[in-house]
Write a protein that binds this ligand. Sequence first.
Ligand code: VGL
Ligand code: ZN
Length: 228
Amino acid sequence: RHTRYPLVTGVQTCALPISRIKKNQALLLIDLQNDFVRGGALAVPSGEEVIAIANQLIPRFEMVVATQDWHPKDHRSFASQNPGVSLYSQFDLNGLPQTAWPDHCIEQTFGAELVADLDQAGVTHRIYKGTDRSIDSYSGFYDNGHRKSTGLTQLLKEHGIEQVYLMGLATDYCVLFSALDSVREGFHTTVISDGCRGVGLKPTDIPNAWTKMEHAGIQIIESRAFLG
Ligand code: VGL
Ligand code: ZN
């Protein structure tokens, strides 16, 4: 008698019927990085709460793109690089309005890494942004001056993506500008509302961000509506 082996080896089992995984759709996870959650340098209130939602959504997508804020240590958006500019105040950076942030998401440091609890095996691509010290980049698609592309549009189009689902941090910055660029680039765009948390420097910032997204033709749904 000899041992019976499974007929098929090395094939990963899929917890979902294939029909539940949609082609032409990508999940965009915005800045789920250590510095934006509890204990981080620019912690978004309750930011860590969205990780569980990301982990539920990830298996439903064939393409999952994680963006990472990825700054050189002397990035000009940091208050520390602008003597006389106080933290969270507004200043002019090469002709663009800029908020003075604490030092955060410095390339190659722990703060810039994706949160460890995130199901990183399901992340198929990463996009790094904010790498040029002279300009900030809230959107995963373009810098704040819309001068340089990160290559995200091309990546999505190469994969035949027509519909983009977004969630992450922070509602009033990187989620807002990524979602606005996504529609502008021609993708059907949906933001998962409970998968986002905002900074809210002003109490109106987060509600205003949702209004702007709605007015731009972005669909806003809760994760349970997607997960069914
Ligand atoms: C972000 C402020 C500065 C964000 C990034 O991910 O929303 N906010 N850099
Ligand atoms: Zn940043």
